[in-house]
Design a protein. Sequence first.
Length: 277
Amino acid sequence: MGKVYDKLIKCYDCFKEKIDFEPKIALVLGSGLGDYADGIKVVAELDYHDIEGFPVSTVPGHQGKYIFGYVDEVPVVCMKGRVHYYEGYNISDVVLPIRLMKLMGAKVLFLTNASGGINMSFQAGDFMLIKDQIANFVPSPLIGPNIDELGVRFPDMSNIYDKELQKVIRRTAALLDIPLQEGVYIQLTGPNYESPSEVRMCRTLGADAVGMSTACEAVAANHMGMMICGISCISNMGCGITANPLTHKEVQETADRVAPLFKKLVTECIKNIDKAV
């Protein structure tokens, strides 16, 4: 076994020693959803520091622990705090938490994030259903010897974001009367925000929203055969679209403002996804 797989298995063994729980849905809590787990029936928590070799986030607003519990009757694991490539981690470490949740038993990966709006019809505070992605601006987590235990050497990417799960999210948003944009998400490395020219480049490439996470996580999950869905909170418009300079404070403020609606949407989506898969 290679170093990447060995490290993953050590983390899994550490999890098994401490937690007896099998989730069905893995939820990554992006900006604005940091306290989402406060509203679920929590049965266990596992701090990232208590998992040997596990990467720990250094970003303000991103705590570091797995939370295990139930949304209604659905067993979930919530990832409270993700690590980013710009923090200096190898890309294999960035996606290790996702791979670990698959080993825990999760069949569905529900990704959330805060992103910058590129589509000119968007506005800060919108929610965007992620239909597809562009991940070429960060290294693929599949580079290097293939980990056959996780997936095939050349995985198909034609249906990264499961179309049936997209239908569930659309129906759920409609029933809740929550407006839902749709589009393509592009991941850049960060930590600097994009220049106006980079925003125009992203739009030319077909992206509707831009961020610093998520796409590489989806690549790793797709490789392992997980069903994936994602919702992005448009926390600000991309650089050059408005006259305002971008700050992390603005991103967090917008995410916090729409958090109650975001939580409601995610909760109902989880319940409906459980019925569909």
